[in-house]
Design a binder for this molecule. Sequence first.
Ligand code: 4NP
Length: 154
Amino acid sequence: MTRVLFVCLGNICRSPLAEGVFRAHVERAGLADRFEIDSAGTAGYHVGEAPDPRSVSIAHKHGVDLSAQRARKLVAADLERFDEVLAMDQSNLANIRRLAGPRSSARTGLFLDEVPGSSGAEVPDPYYGGPNGFLHVYRLVDEASERLLARLRG
Ligand code: 4NP
């Protein structure tokens, strides 16, 4: 079993989309029983909320259902339970690493580091922008999901 956690700030825009899109890649590959996939936010502003309607909409257009997801806050225990903890931006990654303790075993990194030529790049926060920002986020996480699955299936 490989446990993968996607992390952004609010857990309502980017990481729910990453969770849903990566899960769709895993299911299409027939590997659902080999992965546990979740997402969380470094901030607690939206805990318990469904994903942003703009993320739900762009996912739905691409055949991905986010409706069962609810926002939660990242906790230190996540860094012991998950194998891969993938941040959407550098600020998220710094917050993840600040939470790490002596028992943290997760590999942490930027999600877009999976994509050749995109090392260090961020999935931009689309919260205050228009719908084009969500399409851009979708394209980034779709490409990174394909690469991540290729790496983890070995
Ligand atoms: P996310 O986007 O980190 O991709 O979920 C945001 C959601 C909410 C806020 C900021 C970013 N906020 O400030 O409430």
